[in-house]
Ligand binder design. Structure first.
Ligand SMILES: *Cc1c(COP(=O)(O)O)cnc(C)c1O
Length: 257
C-alpha cells in the first residue's frame, strides 16, 4: 500500500520565479490565456460547440485559410504531425521528405513507419533553397506527398521559399504538408495563397498558448483524399475513420472535431 503522504513534495523554491526561456518554446503566456485555461466546461453541448466554432474561426485567421477542415487537437505539435502523416500516408505511398534538420527528419521517420517509399531531400537551411535540384527531381519521379518545415528550430532557419516549393510540388501532383510549429504567429503563413495542403502547429511556441494542444488544417483537396482513401490507417489516434455499425455510418473525426 502506498500512502499519499509518501509522495516527496517539491521544494517551494523549485519554481522560485518566472523563468523566461528564449528558445522556440515553451514561451510565456499572457494572463488572459492562463485565466481562460482555468475554466472547466462540459465537453458536450451547445456551449462547447460555440467554443469549438470560435477556435476554428481563429485558427482559419491564423493560417489564412477558408478551409472547412480545420481541427484543434488535444496533443502537442508532434500529434498534429502524426495526424497529417497518418491520414495521408500508407504502405507504398511515395513521399518526399524535405529536411534541413531534426523536425524535417521527424516527418521522414513517420512516413517510413507507415511503410511508405520515402526519399529524403536534404539541404543546408543556411544556404538558398536548391529549387533547381527539387525541380529536376520532380521531373524524374512522382510523389504523392511532400513534407517540409517552414521554420526548422534545430538549425534556427526559416525557409523563405515555401510558396515556390509548394507551387512546384502542386504542379507535379503532390500534396504539400508543412510543419509551422515554430513559425505560426511569428511569421507569415498564407495557407490558401501558397497552396499548402496540410499545415499544423503546436500551442506553446509562436502562439504563446499552453503546451499539449495543437491546430491542423487540411485543404479541401487533401481532405478529399483522406475521405476517399482505400486504406485503413495503421494508427487509431487522430485518424479519420468511417465505421459501419448497425447500418449507421459514423464519421468519427467530424463528431469529435
Ligand atoms: C517544437 C517543434 C515541433 C514539435 O512540437 P511539440 O509541440 O513539442 O510536439 C515540431 N516542429 C518544430 C519546427 C518545432 O519547433
Amino acid at each position: 500500500m502506498i500512502c499519499a503522504n509518501n509522495f516527496p513534495a517539491l521544494e517551494s523554491s523549485f519554481f522560485p520565479y518566472e523563468t523566461l526561456l528564449m528558445g522556440a518554446g515553451p514561451v510565456p503566456q499572457s494572463p488572459t490565456v492562463r485565466q481562460a485555461n482555468t475554466h472547466i466546461a462540459s465537453h458536450l453541448g451547445e456551449r462547447m460547440d460555440e467554443v469549438v466554432e470560435q477556435l476554428k474561426a481563429m485558427a482559419r485567421y491564423a493560417f489564412q485559410t477558408i478551409t472547412a477542415w480545420i481541427f484543434g487537437l488535444s496533443g502537442p505539435g508532434s500529434a498534429a504531425a502524426e495526424m497529417a502523416i497518418g491520414n495521408l500516408v500508407h504502405r507504398g505511398s511515395r513521399v518526399l521528405a524535405i529536411s534541413s534538420g531534426h523536425f524535417g527528419l521527424r516527418m521522414f521517420e513517420m512516413a517510413l513507419r507507415h511503410q511508405a517509399t520515402v526519399l529524403l531531400f536534404e539541404f543546408d537551411g543556411k544556404d538558398a533553397f536548391p529549387l533547381d535540384r527539387l525541380h529536376a527531381l520532380l521531373e524524374q519521379q512522382d510523389f504523392d506527398v511532400v513534407t517540409l518545415v517552414q521554420g526548422e528550430t534545430s538549425s534556427t532557419t526559416l525557409n523563405p521559399k515555401l510558396s515556390s516549393i509548394a507551387a512546384l510540388c502542386k504542379k507535379h501532383g503532390a500534396l504539400v504538408v508543412v510543419d509551422t510549429v515554430c513559425t505560426l504567429g511569428t511569421t507569415e503563413v498564407l495557407m490558401d495563397k501558397w497552396q499548402l495542403d496540410v499545415v499544423f502547429c503546436g500551442g506553446q511556441k509562436g502562439l504563446s498558448s499552453i503546451p499539449g494542444v495543437s491546430l491542423i488544417a487540411f485543404s479541401p483537396e487533401a481532405w478529399e483524399s483522406v475521405v476517399q482513401r482505400k486504406f485503413t490507417p495503421t494508427q487509431w489516434c487522430y485518424t479519420h475513420c468511417w465505421r459501419k455499425s448497425s447500418g449507421i455510418t459514423i464519421d468519427i473525426t467530424t463528431r469529435h472535431r
